[in-house]
Write a protein that binds this ligand. Structure first.
Ligand SMILES: Cc1cc2nc3c(=O)[nH]c(=O)nc-3n(C[C@H](O)[C@H](O)[C@H](O)COP(=O)(O)OP(=O)(O)OC[C@H]3O[C@@H](n4cnc5c(N)ncnc54)[C@H](O)[C@@H]3O)c2cc1C
Length: 409
């Protein structure tokens, strides 16, 4: 059993938006914090799809967890957690780590909804490596004359962002045909205002088909079958079907938190299973619906750190009250939607807002600590300036775009 020091021991499993923000709130002078993640880098998920068009290469979306933890004075352990009890964690190496309180922030996995072949033949756009692979297949297709049929499964925010980036780079190439598929009849059904029409009108002269109202029944190497039995050819199927909370499985493959109880928490984020274990971010199944979004994960991470401190000092836990946040959904260079509670606004100029969140977010997670870091940060800013701010915000392009801003209620 690994145990460290005499301060209260806090383990954080998963160092994504929720886990890292929780870690940032906990002072190393007061607590012995160990952060565990299977992967060495945090990936900035909201801008991942830009790798598909080549606007980002992927490396600038990654930050070293070890460095972030070193700056906070916490310990980083690159391992996979395979089991959790009320007092300790079991790692895939066989080691155990004892804790006084634990935060599980293991995020979500692709929701393939049990569709046969989806896991094997469809490509995920939920990580840098997946998007780099999709980008490579599309780039390669430009070298030949053969048509590449690209299918995006899922017409929610992720699907729209993926399709938008693919269109940004390849809509004028004759080799490409695109289709978007969803069981729902409408594009962006969760967003206020009828954004379905707004998306469609941008592509009515392009080679894009929408096959809405029919779910995917199975995926194969050469294509997919819809639930109505129709077969669709597809050379590149991209899965954008939402997320399921990541299960924590023990070495024999059994879930440490069984499916029915997985991630279930009260409004204080305390798990139903152990009072010393809290679950936050996409991994949490809240009493009421909350969108699986980074801004909620960040708020939850910050809040749960406070509740862990309260638990350790014997105080009553507080209930989380989510604030309403606006969501930005980009559709490549064709449009960007800002979704509020009850209405949406569209303008391609809003793309610069998303880039600003990205550049400031990276800076906040990993502020430069030396001259070399500072030069790297300037480099990121310079790239954003060249690729996004200047093309979007220069006065000439603004004149054209301002007239195209629209309100959807
Ligand atoms: C492509 C894409 C685009 C998105 N765009 C937006 C957007 O524009 N705006 C927005 O607000 N949100 C967006 N989101 C959603 C947002 O990124 C998530 O809601 C957010 O990342 C959830 O944070 P989290 O900390 O719960 O989980 P994650 O960020 O997924 O982090 C979970 C971490 O846990 C680790 N982990 C999992 N299991 C284990 C284990 N057993 N042991 C150790 N480590 C483990 C994983 O390696 C991972 O690092 C997007 C998501 C995706 C995938």
């Amino acid at each position: 059993m690994l145990g460290f020091g005499s301060k209260p021991r806090i383990c954080i499993v998963g160092a994504g938006f929720a886990g890292l923000n929780a870690a940032q709130q906990l002072k190393s002078s007061k607590y012995d914090v160990t952060v565990i993640d299977s992967e060495p880098f945090i990936e900035w998920l909201p801008n991942l799809h830009e790798i598909i068009s080549g606007r980002k290469d992927g490396e600038e979306l990654k930050l070293s967890r070890k460095r972030i933890m070193a700056r906070l004075g916490h310990r980083f352990c690159q391992k996979t957690v395979v089991d959790v009890s009320g007092t300790s964690l079991l790692l895939d190496s066989g080691d155990m780590i004892a804790f006084d309180a634990c935060i599980i922030a293991t995020g979500g996995l692709d929701d393939f909804s049990g569709v046969p072949g989806a896991n094997q033949f469809a490509h995920s756009a939920k990580n840098v490596a997946g998007c780099q692979h999709i980008a490579k297949v599309m780039r390669r297709a430009t070298l030949g004359h053969r048509t590449l049929k690209v299918s995006v499964v899922g017409a929610g925010a992720e699907g729209v962002e993926v399709l938008g980036e693919a269109l940004r780079a390849y809509r004028h190439r004759p080799q490409f045909e695109f289709q978007m598929i969803d069981a729902n009849k409408h594009i962006l059904p969760q967003c206020a205002g009828n954004l379905d029409n707004a998306v469609r009108r941008h592509v009515d002269k392009l080679s894009v088909d929408f096959r809405m109202g029919n779910g995917v029944a199975s995926v194969e190497k050469e294509g997919l079958y819809l639930q109505n039995g129709k077969a669709i050819e597809s050379d590149l199927t991209i899965w954008a079907g939402g997320v399921l909370p990541t299960p924590l499985c023990n070495a024999s493959g059994n879930e440490a938190f069984p499916l029915r109880q997985r991630g279930r928490v009260s409004a204080t984020f305390q798990s139903h299973r152990f009072e010393s274990v809290f679950i936050v971010g996409d991994a949490a199944e809240m009493p009421s619906f909350m969108a699986k979004e980074a801004f909620h994960a960040i708020d939850m991470g910050r809040f749960v750190a406070m509740n862990v401190e309260r638990l350790l000092s014997g105080k009553r836990l507080k209930r989380f009250d989510p604030t309403t946040k606006l969501q930005v959904v980009s559709f490549g260079d064709l449009d960007t939607f800002m979704v509020f509670n009850g209405f949406s606004v569209s303008s391609s100029m809003l793309g610069a807002a998303k880039e600003m969140v990205y550049t400031l977010g990276l800076l906040q997670l990993s502020p430069p600590t030396n001259a070399k870091d500072f030069v790297n940060t300037l480099d990121v800013f310079q790239r954003s300036m060249r690729r996004v701010y200047l093309p979007t915000l220069n006065p000439v392009s603004m004149m054209g775009k301002l007239t195209r801003a629209r309100l959807f209620t």
